[in-house]
Design a protein around this ligand. Structure first.
Ligand code: HMG
Ligand code: MG
Length: 298
């Protein structure tokens, strides 16, 4: 049993570019986002309003956001704290995401906080965002494995999911930050969340493809009724604060599979492949996406 339609949450411009060694010029990022919108993606995570020293690649958020704000698509942005939310709201952002961790090690590395201190930091952010009518996504990292702590117990993940939802997050994105999950593990987590009365339609999945399992994991999630899937054009991505994080599930690989299954995404695969091939040229290396390589004629 599979859903008739899947909403792709495109993260290439944020998760993809936050990890680049070279500095991608703001105008290239803006063109990337415009091209993603032209290819039919309707939710395009644009950037992060985080500390510029922590993520120098996205330090141009104030410059970038106004260049894409008029696109007729949703443009969520990451905000870790009140300062980040202020910056995002002052530019007119209408969708934001906070980002929690299921493990202490990553909470410390990514947010300089314990898991619960980070949740305490998000609480007023979510409350204010909701008051302003802003949609809030809650990311949860390290839902399956953690580079320092190894396998992450399902109840530990479920606990933080519930806190984020109780706080008022409109949706959750379950992150396999380092790409170690396999489909059975995905099923176990989704089943445990259902048993705790977390509705499946509030859940999205966010798989990195380190072990080549991202598409299989996505399929398992679709079978479970999940209809929001995060992916990154060309398979860009990674997290600078997690050893061994590689790129996200490539949007093209996802669209190829969904098209074969007769599941509608509204994405023009040819345009998307051309966009990722163009971006690969800007970054100076080939896209890791198998579908991009198979379909691009460079
Ligand atoms: P901190 O050092 O503890 O910051 O960092 P602080 O709260 O102590 O503040 C220190 C100074 O930073 C203050 O300035 C603040 O104003 C300033 P001062 O008063 O000293 O002059 N500051 C800011 N400036 C601009 N924008 C801000 C901001 N916040 C504070 N938003 C902090 C804490 C959360 C800020 C830091 O750890 C941080 O920015 N972390 C971001 C890390 C990040 O972006 N990681 C990647 C995204 S998560 C990810 O990729 C995973 C995901 O894809 C899912 C998955 O795959 O699992 C989502
Ligand atoms: Mg990620």
């Amino acid at each position: 049993h599979l859903p008739p339609r899947v909403r792709i949450h495109e993260v290439g411009a944020r998760d993809g570019l936050q990890n680049e060694k070279s500095t991608v010029p703001t105008e290239v990022k803006a063109e990337f986002i415009h091209r993603l919108a032209d290819a039919g993606l309707t939710t395009i995570e644009a950037t992060s309003f985080v500390h510029p020293k922590w993520v120098p690649q996205l330090a141009d958020a104030e410059d970038l956001f106004p260049r894409v704000a008029d696109l007729p698509v949703s443009l969520p942005v990451l905000v870790p704290n009140a300062r980040g939310l202020d910056r995002a709201l002052s530019l007119g952002a209408t969708r934001v995401a906070v980002f929690a961790s299921a493990t202490e090690s990553f909470a410390k590395a990514n947010l300089n906080r314990t898991v619960d201190e980070a949740l305490t930091m998000f609480d007023p952010v979510v409350e204010r965002a909701k008051t302003e009518g802003v949609h809030v996504r809650g990311y949860l990292s390290m839902c399956f494995g953690d580079p320092w702590e190894g396998a992450v117990p399902v109840p530990q993940v479920v606990r933080v999911c519930k806190v984020l939802l109780d706080m008022g997050c409109d949706e959750l994105s379950l992150g396999d930050t380092i790409g170690v999950a396999t489909p059975g593990h995905v099923r176990n987590l989704l089943t445990a969340l259902n048993e705790q009365s977390v509705p499946t339609d509030s859940l999205g999945v966010h798989f990195h493809d380190t072990y080549g399992q991202a598409l299989a994991n996505t399929y398992a999630a679709l079978q479970h009724g999940v209809t929001t899937v995060d992916a990154s054009a060309g398979g860009l991505g990674g997290c600078p604060f997690a050893r061994s994080a590689t790129g996200n599930l490539a949007t093209e690989d996802l669209v190829w599979m969904l098209r074969g299954l007769g599941i509608d995404t509204g994405v023009d695969l040819g345009r998307l492949v051309a966009t990722s091939a163009w971006m690969a040229g800007r970054l100076g290396r080939p896209s890791p996406s198998r579908t991009v390589r198979a379909l691009s004629h460079e």
